[in-house]
Design a protein around this ligand. Structure first.
Ligand code: UTP
Length: 485
């Protein structure tokens, strides 16, 4: 793994299973931990090999059955989203228009660059999702998205990390979160590719939650010897950062600010000094980058202010009438679309880690294949199950001076979510957004370039229009098909 370090956690959390001396003892022991309504989990016990029994028992040991029961029956305090959305107001934000902003972009950039030069900034990318909509049978980071280069999302992000480290003369550590679904392949991928050139890379695995049958609350079996477990949401980052030792690693390296992004967005300006600078100058503990929504139906969470507290309402929880609410000038009231790019104070995460368990779970209705009581595999045509996930943005209300900063969508957000043919966020639309951004840089650099020219710029060649201009001084045009690397 080069000089990088891989923190290799057990794939399903921290197992404390002590191997029992006899198989019978193991069955009795594990049966005593299962509530009556979940006894189906041992239906196939006698058919399993010793190894399979141990695996199933270890998984069952990890389940907090009381919590699952509460989550399923919604005894856990569920939000009244309609009421919350009705009270939600436009948040105060640093806008692209500059109107009302306390700090100028130059002031913010200077503050962010100082932090970067002093080696006080780390980066975290969350890459534990299963990418079910894209239908790519590998970790999404391995998807070859470079329009000309064919470089993968992982490579493009690593290129930008390396370019930023070089520009600021300080190694920026990358903390990469996987899940049991993506861990092994991700570790193998980076090992086989010399860590994509990264000098300080730590890969760690998030925890899991069982999925339950939506009607009965019974845990679903993925196999006769396995629960159906799925990643516990990007909110699992907090616990995983602590359990993996990554938080301690940051503190030991003097990292004060953590730049957070999602693996599926190749447009993200990783370690953006301006964003980091606004965060620092504002004394914010958590800053969220947003885009201005123009269409109420856009599928991004919205950052809002409720009773003067900044928080995010996920798009699926936002009733249409409130998504469409407008201000006097006709613009959307709840305009601030979250693109899941945040800056955190490491000290804030460190203090919040003890409350990791307090982050609420959100219930999601999903199609989950399972083994039924007769041992047959069932492939449901409709959502049959409830999955439980935590969201990282639920930290925002507890952050001091929570801040919202706008970025132009064309410069910061093109998520790869859907298989070809979908109306948005597909391979085609993401590649087109990358090409459009780079073509814009070439134009801004004064180069002659056709409106439909296809170009791609590796961040190690140029991270922005100004750098491109200085690199290409003397050139006057660019041909379509050019990859600057
Ligand atoms: P999404 O919720 O869009 O999920 O995750 P996804 O895996 O990309 O796609 P679908 O919904 O299965 O089609 C947004 C980001 O959060 C990460 C994903 O890797 C992605 O970068 N994520 C999501 C995690 O790291 N862990 C999770 O448990 C969930």
């Amino acid at each position: 793994m080069g000089s990088g370090l891989v923190l290799d956690l057990p794939l399903s959390g921290q197992f404390n299973w002590i191997v029992c001396h006899s198989v019978e003892h193991m069955k009795t022991n594990i049966a005593s931990k299962i509530p009556d309504n979940q006894s189906h989990l041992l239906s196939f016990w006698d058919e399993l090999s010793g190894e399979q029994q141990e695996r199933l028992a270890a998984q069952i040991e990890q389940v907090d059955f009381d919590l699952i029961a509460r989550l399923h029956s919604s005894d856990e305090k569920a939000e009244d989203w309609n009421d919350l959305a009705a009270r939600a107001k436009t948040p105060s934000a640093i806008r692209l228009s500059g109107a009302g902003n306390k700090y100028s972009p130059d002031e913010a950039t200077a503050a962010g660059e100082k932090a970067l030069r002093e080696g006080k900034v780390g980066v975290i990318v969350v890459a534990g999702g299963q990418g079910s909509r894209l239908g790519f049978p590998h970790p999404k980071g391995m998807y070859k998205i470079g329009p000309i280069s064919d470089r993968t999302l992982f490579e493009i992000h690593a290129d930008r990390m390396i370019a930023a480290s070089q520009r600021y003369g300080a190694t920026i550590p990358l903390y990469l979160m996987t899940s049991p679904a993506t861990h092994e392949e991700t570790v193998e991928y980076f090992a086989a590719n010399s860590n994509c050139g990264l000098k300080d890379l730590q890969i760690f695995c998030q925890g899991t939650m069982p999925a339950v049958d939506a009607a009965t609350g019974k845990l679903l079996l993925a196999e006769k010897d396995q629960l159906f477990l799925s990643p516990d949401g990007h909110g699992g980052t907090l616990a995983a950062l602590e359990n993996s030792g990554s938080l301690a690693d940051m503190k030991s390296k003097g990292i004060e600010w953590l730049f957070y992004f999602q693996v599926d967005n190749p447009l993200v300006e990783i370690a953006d000094p301006e964003l980091i600078g606004y965060h620092i100058l504002s004394g914010s503990e958590m800053t969220s980058q947003v885009i201005a929504k123009t269409d109420p139906a856009e599928k991004v969470g919205v950052v809002v202010s409720v009773d003067d507290v900044t928080r995010i309402i996920e798009y699926s929880d936002l009733p249409d009438e409130h998504a469409a609410r407008t201000l006097d000038d006709g613009s959307l009231a709840l305009w601030a679309g979250s693109i899941a790019v945040h800056v955190f104070d490491v000290a804030f995460l460190d203090a919040a880690k003890s409350q990791a368990a307090a982050l609420p779970f959100h219930n999601a209705s999903k199609k989950v294949p399972y083994i039924d009581d007769e041992g047959n595999r069932v492939e449901p045509a409709e959502p049959n199950a409830t999955k439980f996930e935590r969201f990282i943005f639920d930290l925002l209300p507890s952050a001091k001076n929570g801040l919202v900063v706008e970025v132009a969508e064309s410069e910061g957000f093109a998520p790869l979510k859907n298989a070809p043919g979908a109306p948005k966020d597909t391979v085609e639309s993401v590649k087109a957004a990358m090409v459009a951004l780079h073509r814009g840089w070439a134009k801004a650099a004064g180069l002659n370039i056709a409106d439909d020219a296809m170009i791609e710029i590796n961040p190690r060649f140029a991270m922005d229009a100004d750098e491109l201009k200085s690199k290409l001084a003397g050139a006057d045009s660019v041909e379509s098909g050019k990859y600057f690397s």
